[in-house]
Design a protein around this ligand. Structure first.
Ligand SMILES: Cc1cc2nc3c(=O)[nH]c(=O)nc-3n(C[C@H](O)[C@H](O)[C@H](O)COP(=O)(O)OP(=O)(O)OC[C@H]3O[C@@H](n4cnc5c(N)ncnc54)[C@H](O)[C@@H]3O)c2cc1C
Length: 575
């Protein structure tokens, strides 16, 4: 039976939204961090309270947006989701997707969050929960037990009830890249089980890159690669409180909070940014109820694949939100320079190229949702791996073009203007305001504000950071190419041409190039009428209501997307 295609959008106050649920706000999230006592170092100094540390404030603020947006009634259909398995409405960053439409709404939600914050970070929690849901169910299916699924569901319930932010501790220090975990000279380059007993396991080792490590509540520890039997001690997936005894976090500041402003301020990344931490585990005890698996090396390949597929699709939305900032700022800079990009072909071409890049990779995210499939063991919805990987690959390499195009339309002043101290220099300020004004309708201070915004996002330390996270975050390009080749149905294309060449009878169906095949597909349940949309417009969120939301882009906004309410519609549907 197909899912209902047209379901009235949920309204705030609908019975479905009144189930037991905790939706913290940013202030409560900050307060919850104050109750934790993690061992954190930033720039060589011990941090006593991460919630009150200026070097981490932009990161805490960015995650705070994921909390506050979930409590805004006009954003609730996107920023929250109904989890039918637990019967509660939860922050979408904690939702395990139950339909192709859920995947779309996650995409839209993350894009909006990243328009506001550059990188909202908490979406990693979503991706990890989805992957562990799938792996737990897969282990149960393989072993005939129910224990792993039950343990995960219990953990999911706690995470959703407490509205937690989880850090993804996946990328190990890895040591010599040419060697497997068990072959490393220093075993602690990978997190591994050093002891197990009736109560739980003991972990040691190092996760080298963990986004938002200092200011999450817990880490989900996951392997970062496929394992062999000899690597069994390194095949471990569990949840650990951020302040568990034995954990030390050595982190970088988030954004550019304290940077001196002489070379242009940091109008954006002073407010929002991302810290990453090296997380060292030194004999950290984890009770069995928080261990999703330990030693089941056969399941590490599946877990990393599931996580990477979810995460690459989510990265598409994150970078699209960042792209929206560049598109808006580029157009503003043209205007401040006295030029209408629509009237000058050189500028228009650059702007269109920027739009093409952003919407091009975003379209892959949409396709990955629409062609998503239901994981047979867990019932979780999984993005299509080919589109998810192509979209992530496009953004990984085209981020450099995005920066170039923003620079191209803006001019050199974005990195050469005098700094903010000069704005108040009585000897120079008035003259500079007069001669460095371009468009008579745009005051000098507005022009330099836009220029500094673009410098901050594309030509500062933070600009370089956005490039590197795009390139390597969620896996390096080689990993995406491997997945595209692994999943793309080249075999079908070979069949097609062989059929046209009338070679069908003699063809060897088992040779390497025909190995990859894929069944036809039409919709999430495989039975909708061809051409029929699987999603419906979200009537409660219009451009008008969007305009009333400070900080959320208007114009061709994301909320008004025709895909926006599908998850709520589909999440009510029986699977
Ligand atoms: C800003 C940022 C945030 C991140 N956040 C997180 C996070 O929250 N959690 C998390 O777990 N990870 C996170 N990552 C890590 C990210 O997933 C890794 O950076 C990525 O997987 C690449 O790993 P690496 O950085 O160790 O590079 P390397 O593995 O050293 O790769 C460098 C290059 O060498 C190639 N290479 C590596 N090994 C081999 C080999 N054996 N043979 C041939 N070529 C090889 C790679 O393809 C790549 O081109 C983050 C990364 C960034 C940049």
């Amino acid at each position: 039976m197909n899912a209902p295609l047209v379901v009235p959008p949920l309204q705030p106050g609908d019975p479905q939204r009144t189930g037991p649920c905790t939706l913290l706000g940013a202030d409560e999230y900050r307060e919850s961090l104050r109750r934790l006592k993690p061992v954190v170092y930033v720039d060589g100094q011990r941090v006593e309270s991460v919630a009150d540390c200026p070097a981490l404030a932009p990161g805490v603020a960015a995650i705070g947006v994921t909390y506050d947006y979930a409590r805004r009634p006009e954003l609730a259909p996107l920023m929250t989701a109904y989890q039918s398995s637990t019967g509660r409405t939860v922050n979408r960053m904690l939702h395990v997707d139950e339909s192709a439409g859920d995947l779309l709404n996650k995409l839209e939600a993350v894009r909006i969050l990243c328009q506001q914050t550059g990188c909202a970070q908490r979406y990693l929690t979503h991706d990890a929960l989805a992957a562990i849901a799938q792996t737990s169910a897969r282990i149960d299916a393989a072993t005939g037990s129910t224990e792993h699924g039950a343990r995960f569901r219990d953990y999911l319930r706690q995470v959703q009830e407490r509205d937690l932010a989880l850090g993804v501790a996946m990328t190990d220090a890895k040591g010599d890249r040419s060697r497997r975990p068990h072959e490393q000279g220093v075993p602690d380059t990978y997190v591994h089980v050093v002891e197990r007993n009736g109560k739980g396991i003991v972990l040691s080792g190092t996760k080298a890159i963990v986004t938002s490590a200092p200011y999450v509540h817990e880490f989900v520890v996951m392997p970062c690669r496929a394992m062999t039997e000899a690597d069994a001690a390194f095949a471990v997936c569990c949840a650990v409180p951020v302040d568990a005894p034995g954990i030390t976090i050595v982190a970088r500041p988030a954004g550019r909070p304290g940077e001196k402003l002489e070379h242009g301020g940091a109008p954006f990344s002073r407010r929002y940014g991302q810290s990453t931490g090296v997380v060292v585990f030194d004999r950290v005890f984890v009770p069995w109820e928080r261990v999703f698996y330990a030693g089941d090396w056969q399941h590490s390949a599946g877990l990393t694949y599931d996580y990477a597929t979810h995460h690459r699709q989510t990265c598409i939305a994150a970078r699209a939100g960042f792209g929206d900032l560049l598109i808006g700022a580029g157009a503003l800079m043209c205007e401040a320079n006295g030029l209408d990009p629509g009237a000058h072909s050189g500028l228009r071409e650059s702007m269109v190229e920027l739009i093409k890049i952003v919407e091009g990779f975003y379209a892959c995210g949409v396709a990955a949702s629409v062609y998503g499939t239901c994981d047979p063991d867990s019932g979780t919805w999984m993005p299509d791996p080919v589109y998810a990987n192509i979209g992530k690959l496009l953004l990984a390499t085209q981020i450099y073009d995005m920066h170039r195009l923003a620079h191209e339309v803006s001019g050199g002043l974005i990195v050469t203007l005098p700094g903010p101290d000069e704005d108040h220099n009585p000897a120079t300020a008035a003259k500079l305001a007069e001669v460095l004004r371009a468009n008579p309708d745009v005051p000098y201070d507005r022009r330099i504000e836009t220029a500094r915004f673009i410098e901050d996002l594309t030509a500062s330390y933070q600009g370089g950071w956005y490039s590197v996270i795009s390139l390597h975050g969620g896996g390096s390009p080689a990993a995406m190419k491997q997945e595209i080749w692994r999943h793309y149905p080249v075999g079908d294309k070979v069949d097609l041409v062989e059929r046209l060449l009338e070679r069908g009878v003699t063809a060897d169906a088992d040779r390497a190039i025909t190995r990859n095949r894929q069944p036809g597909r039409c919709c999430d349940t495989g039975c909708s009428t061809p051409g029929r949309a699987i999603t419906v417009p979200l009537s409660t969120l219009t451009a008008r209501t969007t305009a009333a939301v400070p900080g959320v882009a208007t114009g061709p906004d994301r909320i008004a997307s025709p895909m926006a309410d599908a998850p709520t519609a589909h999440s009510q549907a029986p699977r």
